[in-house]
Design a protein around this ligand. Sequence first.
Ligand SMILES: NC(=O)c1ccc[n+]([C@@H]2O[C@H](COP(=O)([O-])OP(=O)(O)OC[C@H]3O[C@@H](n4cnc5c(N)ncnc54)[C@H](OP(=O)(O)O)[C@@H]3O)[C@@H](O)[C@H]2O)c1
Length: 261
Amino acid sequence: MPLYLDNFNLDGRTALVTGASRGIGAATARALDAAGARVALVARKSDELAKVALELRHEPVVLAADLQEPAAPADVARRALDALDGVDILVNNAAVAARLATVSTDMATIDRILAVNVRAPLLLVAALVPSMCERRRGSIINLSSGSALIGTPKRAAYAASKGAIDAATRSLAMELGPFGIRVNSVAPGVIDTAMWASNKKVPGVPQAIEALTPLRRWGQPEDVADVIVFLASDASRFVTGETISADGGMVHALDLYGGPV
Ligand SMILES: NC(=O)c1ccc[n+]([C@@H]2O[C@H](COP(=O)([O-])OP(=O)(O)OC[C@H]3O[C@@H](n4cnc5c(N)ncnc54)[C@H](OP(=O)(O)O)[C@@H]3O)[C@@H](O)[C@H]2O)c1
C-alpha cells in the first residue's frame, strides 16, 4: 500500500458490523476486511452470514442474532468481545425500512422499526464502549438515511428512527470524544439493495431516481462501504459528530421550485 494510504489501513483492528448478510452491511464487511480488519458479522440468517464470511480473509466471526430482541445487543456484544478480544469499530447498519401509511396506528411495526433501528444501536454502543475506553480508541459508525434529512412519504417512522440516530451520533460524539472514541453517521441516498427491490420494479422509478441524483446513477453498496472504511480508519482521525451523505448529491438536488436539477 503506498505511504499516503497508510492511514486507511486497518491491520490489527477488529470490527462488528450489523446487518452484514447482504447489501451495504455485506459490502462493509468486505471492505473492512480488505483494509485489514477482523470482522464479526451479525444478522438473523446465519447461512447468509456464512456465505459472506467465506469471502473474507481475516478470520471472520459469524454471530446470528435478532436485534429486535431486547437482550440481543448485549449478548452479541459479549460474544464479539470474547471472539475478537475487544472491538475497535462498530458499524450499526441493520435496519427495518417498512413503509407505513402516513397516519398509522400500526404499533407493532412502529415498535419494530424503533427497536432495530434505534434501541439496538444504542445498546450495542453501551455494551462495547467500556472496552473501547480501555483501549482508548474506537470508531462508531451509524447508518442514517436521506430520510433523516429530507421528507420521504410513508416513511415517518423510519425517518424518525434515522433522525434519532443522527441526534444520538452527535450526543455520543460529545460524550465519548475525551476517551478517544469517534462517532459519526453515514446517510446513503438510493442504494441498489434488497431494500429497494420492489420499488425498483415500478415503471418509471429507476429513471426518476437517476434524474433526482446529480451523479445520474443509483448508488451501489460499495459506494457507502468505502465511506465507512474512511470513518473507521485513522484517515478520519479528527472527524467526529458528523453525518456524511453518500447519495450522489441527491440531498442537494431539489431547486427552489422543487424540481430535480
Ligand atoms: N438501500 C438504501 O437505499 C438505503 C438508503 C438509506 C439508508 N439505508 C440504510 O443502510 C442500512 C443498510 O441498508 P440495506 O439497503 O443494505 O438493507 P438490506 O439489504 O435490507 O439489509 C438489511 C440487513 O439488516 C439485517 N437485519 C434486518 N433486521 C434485523 C434484525 N431484526 N436483527 C438483525 N439483523 C437484521 C438483515 O439481515 P437478516 O434479514 O438476515 O436479519 C440484512 O443483513 C440500513 O440502516 C438502511 O436504513 C439504506
